[in-house]
Each structure stands twice: as structure tokens, then as C-alpha cells.
Design a protein around this ligand. Structure first.
Ligand code: GLC
Length: 574
């Protein structure tokens, strides 16, 4: 009997091998032993002219038929799935189902950890949710080097102001994302360093400055085998990025050796620039379409198709169909906990005197000041914004840590105490001025302040609006031997801190994501040692580097920005 079973197993194995062999002979591109680029070329050679052209443009954006942010039709005949792109650099943005995905710490926030394993965990956590939403491209990470402190998208970019930091950390983010059968997208290539007039400004940068200051994060992405890149809205040296032969073809594809593909930013295609280095128009087909592409040489079309397919073979999209749908709810307690850990690792302690931190957990009389403690802003705005299902307020995290019943300011009860441990928590939305001297009611004030920014515009200044700077100054003047003042600030990048001398401790968590409450509370009470470090410089005043208008936002009403500072911006200037 056993012999019969063994024999039949052997026969099955032989049959399976024969089938696999014949498959690989009939479909060599399905041979996983081959290099992804060779597999891509083998498959491209099976495609008709129309099928090839049909891969070089988008079919729609967030419509019923095409629900993702970017969509390319499938080719069922060849088992090529539809390409499903979605924003953004800090998680899956689902406008139709807000709350069905995790709002992760932003790119700059993750970078503040300066920990490669944190960037890997960030990429993996995000990539997993893109996969579970059925997507096969994440439109991130954002990697532009922070040249302008007020740039509205600095919060999304994991380089901070240093090309080498970006070069290193981008690799772990991309490895994390692409480990989840999702192609990553390094953006925005290149010199999208301001939002002012982003769709028309010419960023005028010499070759050496490009290669030594702005290209390195993209080089790091190439070394991590990133599958795709996104060319930007702006011009570089008076030529639009998505039709710029110098930056796309010469620099990126030839000199840096990028063998993935370049998609345009949404609406950033200005011509049928396939021979200048653009491989795919997004989100539609104004220039790249069946008719127009007939005017281009076949080798150029073939090369773009191979570039697109290479990344999809490399991460496994072509070998394992993804059955998931965009309508899935993919966030979870586990995902939230990973996001919390990343926020904890990215929290920066900028000041701590008079042993103010860590706070004690008994006999603590604390006043929590500022709306940011109750309804916190945890992410920046624009295409990369992810709206979380729920954000636990830091005020509740502090109550939980101290064993005090949660205060809900909307009920009017603003102070509660524990009968067990001598702890009391009071909430002050910042509108009530502090007392002249510390009363006996509390021995520490924790101030929460925030400012944010968004894609599409630069910040008007580096200050905190809505009277936050003022009340922080006021609280800083409260004196009292045992009274301490601790400040927590959430920002999209650099800020001015004129009230710093009045604070005993200052913590920074950038755009910390949905798990901010428990993350910052663990740092405040010493459960976590704050180990984050600044990825960009906080200046002492507006435009401390004295950039002329010609440098930023640029002459001709922000249409012509010249990088005459070369290397000397951020810490290199100081
Ligand atoms: C936007 C952004 C880009 C985003 C794309 C799709 O304009 O610049 O980062 O991925 O369009 O929303």
C-alpha cells in the first residue's frame, strides 16, 4: 500500500514538474528564476502594439469604474492585473471610506527617529494596508530635501535637510513597502522644493548642486530597487520636469541607472515626452494615448513597458494575484500599535531642565493646556492626508496614565482627581490666562500646541497661530518653586520658539499620526525614552538664512527661483 502511495506522489511530482516546465516554456515570463527585467522583456514581447500603448497612460481617478487614485487597465489575456495606484506617503488615503486605514506618522516624523528599523516598520505597516486595499502601487515615500523651511510639504519628506539622511532612510522605507507586494514610488523628482507656484515655477539649479544636494535620496531609492518614480509639477532650469531630457533621461536613467519607470504627477504631463524620459501619463491620456503614441518609435514604447513591468515582477504582483478590494477596512489595533511605536521613536526632547521630565505618576496635580490636547491635529493636508477613524486625545491618555477618570471638556467638568493616588488633572483650553504665580492647585502644566501645513501652498510663517504663542509665553511667566512647565508641539517642519526660555521641557513630535496620545504620554511619564533627533534646523527667526526673493519664492512673482545658495542651506549655512 505504502509503495502505491509513494509511487502516486512521485507521479504527481513528475506531472507537476512537466506542467511547470511546459508553462515556463509557453510563458517564460512566469519563470521566477529569471531576473525581473528579463521576465518583463519576455512578457512585453507577447503584447500587441495596442496593449503596449495601453500601459502608458491612466484610465481614470477615483471613479466608480476606476476607484483608485491612479488606474491602468488589466490585460487578462496575459494575466497582467490592472495597475492600482493610491496616495500617499503616510498611508492609504481613502476619501470614500475615511477611517478604514491607519493615519501613520508623516515621512519627516518617521525620519526624526534616525532609525533604519523604524523606517522599515513604517514602510511595512503602510505597504500592508495598500495590499489589503487591493492596491499594487503606493504613491510614496516623499523624499525631497527640505530647502525652504516654510515649504508646505516638508512634513511628507523623509530627507529633512540632509541628502545623506534621505539617501539612507529611503532605502528602508522602500524595502518595507515593496516587501508587501506593493511597488513604491519615490517622489517628487525633482526639486519640488516649494509649493508656491509649484505648477509653473522654474527651479534653477546647477548640476553639481543637483547631484550633491537633491538627487541622493533618489539614488538611495534606486539602490533599493524602487519600482517607480514620479516627476514633479515644476520646471528645472526652465524645462518642465516631466519633459526634461536632462534630469529624466540623462541624469536619472543614464547617469543614475534607474531602470524602473517614471509616472507623471497628476496633470504634470505637458507633451508626449516619452523620448525625454517620461514613461506613463497620470491620471489620464491627454498626450499619451493610442493615437499619439503611434508617432513614437516602437523601441521607446517597448522600453517604457519593460520599465513598468519590471517593478511589478520584482515585488511579486505578477506571481500572486491580489484578491483584496478597496472597500476593505484595513486598520486595526495592531496597526495602531505599530504607528504608536514609530511616533514614540520619533519624538524629540529639545529641552529638559529642573528634572521636569519624566513626570511622576502619583501625587501629581497637572493642568493640561491647549485644544491640541483634546482635539489634536496629527497630520498635514493635501493628497497625502489620511483621516483616521479616531484619535485618542492626549488628555485622555494622561488621565489613563494617572488613574483619573477621563475628562470630557464638552461636559463642562474640567477637573477630576483620583481618590487612590493623589493625582488630579485639570483641562484649560488656553483661553483662560494662567495665574500670576503657581497656585496650590497643581504643580505642573503640560501645554500642547500645534501648527500644520498642506500641499498646494507654503506656510505664511513659522509661528503658531490662534494665540498659541501668546498663551505659551504667558504660562512661561508663571513662577513657583515646585511648579514645572512642559510643552509638547506638533509641527509640519521647522518653527520659531520665542517662548522657549519659559519652558522647563520641550517635546516635538512633528505630524505624529493617529496614535499620538498614548505615544506622547509614554514619553512624558518615562515609559519611553525620547530618542528622536531633528532632521532639519529650527531657525532663530524668519528667513534667518537671508534668502533673496530671487532664491525664494523666485522672481517674476515666484516663477523663477534660483538656487544661488548651492549647498549652503540648513545646517550647512549655519
Ligand atoms: C498630487 C500630488 C502627488 C499625488 C498625486 C495624486 O497633486 O502632488 O503627490 O500623489 O497628485 O493624488
Amino acid at each position: 500500500m505504502k509503495t502505491i502511495i509513494l509511487l502516486s506522489v512521485a507521479v504527481c511530482l513528475v506531472i507537476a514538474t512537466v506542467i511547470a516546465e511546459s508553462n515556463s516554456k509557453q510563458q517564460p515570463w512566469m519563470n521566477t528564476n529569471l531576473d525581473p527585467k528579463d521576465r518583463a522583456r519576455a512578457l512585453m514581447n507577447q503584447m500587441t502594439a495596442e496593449e503596449k500603448k495601453g500601459m502608458l497612460y491612466g484610465y481614470g481617478c477615483q471613479s466608480k469604474e476606476w476607484p483608485y487614485v491612479g488606474n491602468v487597465a488589466a490585460i487578462p489575456r496575459l494575466n497582467i492585473p490592472s495597475l492600482k495606484y493610491n496616495d500617499g506617503p503616510q498611508g492609504f488615503r481613502d476619501d470614500a471610506m475615511p477611517g478604514s486605514t491607519t493615519a501613520w506618522p508623516s515621512g519627516l516624523t518617521a525620519a526624526a527617529s534616525w532609525q533604519r528599523e523604524t523606517l522599515q516598520a513604517w514602510g511595512e505597516g503602510m505597504g500592508k494596508e495598500f495590499y489589503l486595499k487591493g492596491a499594487n502601487v503606493q504613491l510614496g515615500p516623499g523624499v525631497c530635501v527640505a530647502r525652504i523651511p516654510r515649504n508646505g510639504r516638508n512634513f511628507e519628506y523623509l530627507s529633512g535637510e540632509d541628502p545623506f539622511l534621505g539617501y539612507v532612510l529611503v532605502q528602508d522605507a522602500i524595502n518595507g513597502i515593496q516587501s508587501q507586494q506593493v511597488v513604491a514610488n519615490a517622489k517628487h523628482y525633482v526639486n519640488n522644493n516649494q509649493e508656491t507656484n509649484r505648477g509653473s515655477v522654474s527651479e534653477n539649479v546647477d548640476e553639481r548642486t543637483r547631484f550633491e544636494m537633491y538627487y541622493p535620496p533618489f539614488v538611495g531609492a534606486i539602490e533599493a530597487n524602487v519600482g517607480s518614480m514620479m516627476c514633479s509639477y515644476n520646471k528645472i532650469n526652465h524645462v518642465y520636469s516631466c519633459e526634461n531630457n536632462g534630469t529624466l533621461m540623462t541624469d536619472l536613467k543614464v547617469r543614475m541607472g534607474f531602470d524602473g519607470y517614471v509616472m507623471s504627477d497628476w496633470g504634470a504631463t505637458h507633451s508626449l515626452s516619452i523620448e525625454q524620459g517620461l514613461d506613463q501619463e497620470m491620471p489620464s491620456n491627454n498626450f499619451f494615448n493610442q493615437t499619439n503614441l503611434d508617432s513614437k518609435p516602437q523601441h521607446a514604447i517597448d522600453d517604457s513597458v519593460v520599465r513598468i513591468l519590471t517593478g511589478f515582477f520584482a515585488v511579486g504582483v505578477m506571481d500572486k494575484p491580489n484578491p483584496n478590494q478597496i472597500s476593505s477596512n484595513v486598520t486595526s489595533i495592531e496597526q495602531n500599535d505599530i504607528a504608536q511605536k514609530i511616533s514614540e521613536n520619533s519624538t524629540i526632547l529639545l529641552k529638559n531642565v529642573n528634572e521636569a521630565l519624566p513626570l511622576q505618576k502619583t501625587n501629581l496635580k497637572v493642568v493640561v493646556v491647549g485644544a491640541q490636547s483634546w482635539q489634536p491635529v496629527v497630520h498635514g493636508g493635501g493628497s497625502g492626508q489620511v483621516v483616521p477613524a479616531w484619535v485618542k486625545p492626549p488628555l485622555w491618555s494622561i488621565c489613563d496614565m494617572l488613574g483619573v477618570d477621563r475628562i470630557d471638556p464638552s461636559t463642562g467638568t474640567l477637573s477630576k482627581c483620583s481618590s487612590d493616588n493623589g493625582n488630579c488633572v485639570t483641562y484649560n483650553d488656553g483661553s483662560q490666562n494662567p495665574p500670576g504665580t503657581a497656585s496650590k492647585d497643581y504643580n505642573v502644566a503640560i501645554l500642547f500646541i500645534q501648527t500644520s501645513s498642506s500641499e498646494g501652498s507654503d506656510r505664511p510663517n513659522l509661528s503658531f497661530a490662534n494665540g498659541q504663542d501668546q498663551y505659551t509665553t504667558n504660562w512661561g511667566q508663571v513662577k513657583g518653586n515646585s511648579f514645572r512647565k512642559v510643552l509638547v508641539m506638533s509641527t509640519p517642519g521647522a518653527v520659531l520658539t520665542p517662548w522657549a526660555d519659559g519652558m522647563d521641557s520641550i517635546l516635538l513630535n512633528f505630524m505624529p499620526g493617529q496614535a499620538m496620545g498614548d505615544a506622547i504620554t509614554n514619553v512624558l511619564f518615562g515609559e519611553v525614552n525620547p530618542s528622536g533627533k531633528l532632521p532639519l534646523t529650527f531657525p532663530n527667526k524668519e528667513n534667518e538664512q537671508e534668502m533673496a526673493v530671487a532664491q525664494y519664492p523666485g522672481l517674476q512673482n515666484g516663477e523663477n527661483a534660483t538656487y544661488s545658495e548651492g549647498f549652503f542651506f540648513g545646517y550647512r549655512w549655519y
